[in-house]
Design a protein around this ligand. Sequence first.
Ligand code: NAP
Length: 342
Amino acid sequence: MKKVNVAILGVMGSVGTEILKVLEERKFPVDNLKLLASKKYAGREIIWNSLKYVVEEVTKDSFDDVDILLSAVPSEASKIYTPIAVEKGVVVIDNSSAYRYDENVPLVIPEINPEDVETHEGIIANPNCSTIIALLPLSEINKLSLIKRIIASTYQAASGAGNKGMEELERQTKDYANEKELEVKAFHHQILHNVIPQVDNFTENGYTKEEMKMVNESRKILHNKNINISCTSVRVPVLRSHSVSMIVETEDDVSVEKAKELLSKSKGIKIVDDIERNIYPMPKDSSNQDLVFVGRIRKDLSGNGLNLWCCGDQIRKGAATNAVQIAELLVSSSNESSDRSC
Ligand SMILES: NC(=O)c1ccc[n+]([C@@H]2O[C@H](COP(=O)([O-])OP(=O)(O)OC[C@H]3O[C@@H](n4cnc5c(N)ncnc54)[C@H](OP(=O)(O)O)[C@@H]3O)[C@@H](O)[C@H]2O)c1
């Protein structure tokens, strides 16, 4: 397979660190690797695939000779560096929400809409983490009968706010044990021993930006503007792995058995559903791996449809792994057609 020159922007962050691991695990065909970060990390040494790399401060000249940029910085930073990289012919796979709604930017989950990668004009957006986790099982149910309506509630891990979110939960846990006052920095309220019904800022309609991502991104990925979606996003004191509870209304009746049969054969999904033995998906089990665990699959008592519960590691399948899978699609399509760059 053709090797490509890869750069990771934000390599010291929670998603950037994981991208490095995933590239190595999946034996991604890397020729040259560039590790880019903010000034404070410049000069740090990182061992990747048994070789030593030095982290560089990102500048406008960082993207020469790069084929694919895996960007793992906040939207504001992506808006600075993505256009510079694209101008230099780099294909950017962006983990931020900066370009997700742009018409010429495909929003891709490789198990669901891999063909959309082909439509890129230099930027491919990685979808919102809870949306990726929810849509893996939902897109399968949608094959059995068209989904009309989804009511979702997310239970989002502290690491969804990046390293500072994880550090805050760990610090508050330690300080609580030492009877110290708890410092609140990363979230609007104390996260330890609490749940916070706010992820990101509120929009004019009373929903948060995070909740509206589930609505708008699901429609774009499923190519269905008519699907009705309502979401409540909640931050919970879990270190890693988001959980989503979903009520799914379908056009025709879908039996639990049919749904389980299809989901058990679906890519990226593991059925964890044995209530006789109190077995169901939990974030502690779905962390540090790539599958979305799906369980508690049952008939909705209030209408035509199903209720389900799923958990997935949002730093891996919700970000790093999904981004590397998109890069794999680029490489395999450029192998098929040698005159098209990735
Ligand atoms: N965490 C998740 O579960 C998750 C899931 C899906 C998508 N995402 C998205 O992925 C991106 C990265 O998130 P994260 O969780 O990895 O955050 P993070 O742990 O806070 O890491 C972000 C990294 O970006 C760097 N950075 C920020 N501004 C920069 C700039 N102007 N130039 C260079 N580097 C800069 C930061 O460096 P400093 O420390 O110097 O600021 C930090 O190392 C975000 O867009 C986020 O929304 C995150």
